[in-house]
Every structure is written in C-alpha cells, then in structure tokens.
Design a protein. Structure first.
Length: 91
C-alpha cells in the first residue's frame, strides 16, 4: 500500500514543485461545481490522505524499527505518539 501511496504523493508533490502553469479543464468538485484542477489535487481530502500516510509510516517506524533507526525510534517515540494523538483534533 505504501508503494502506491508514495507514488501518488510524489506525483502530487512533483506538480507543485515543478509547476508548469498549463491551462487545464475544470474538474467537478464534491459540492457540485467545477473548479481548477489544482483545487481538486490539493483538496482537504488529499491533504488528509497525505497526513494519514505520514502518520502510518511514523507509527510503523516507532513500533517496528529496523536496527539502524532504533535509537531514533526510542528518542522520538513521544513526539510520534503526540502527533498520532492529535490526529483529527486540530493543533
């Protein structure tokens, strides 16, 4: 799953970092209107998807670290737990 999600995320990132300013057709928005393609690409739903991916990777790294990162995992455990705990609760 991470391979697919990371490929998606890096594709989205690439479009933002290497913006070409092309005119694209509008796309449907969930509220029933058409909007610029960037508004669909960088929607709250996709931001949530990216954050969920990050938290999943951090959680896995915390719970089952490979030997080279065990020290990092132990040292950042509290910060990772706090981020996961804040999920959906705002800042």
């Amino acid at each position: 799953m991470w391979t697919r999600e990371l490929a998606w995320l890096f594709g989205v990132r690439g479009g933002a970092v290497h913006y070409e300013g092309m005119n694209e057709p509008t796309q449907p928005h969930p509220v029933g209107m058409n909007v610029a393609a960037a508004q669909v690409t960088y929607s709250p739903e996709n931001a949530t998807r990216a954050v969920d991916l990050l938290l999943g990777i951090l959680e896995r790294s915390r719970d089952r670290p490979k030997p080279p990162v065990r020290g990092w995992s132990n040292g950042t455990r509290h910060a990772v737990e706090e981020l996961i705990g804040r999920r959906g609760h705002g800042v």
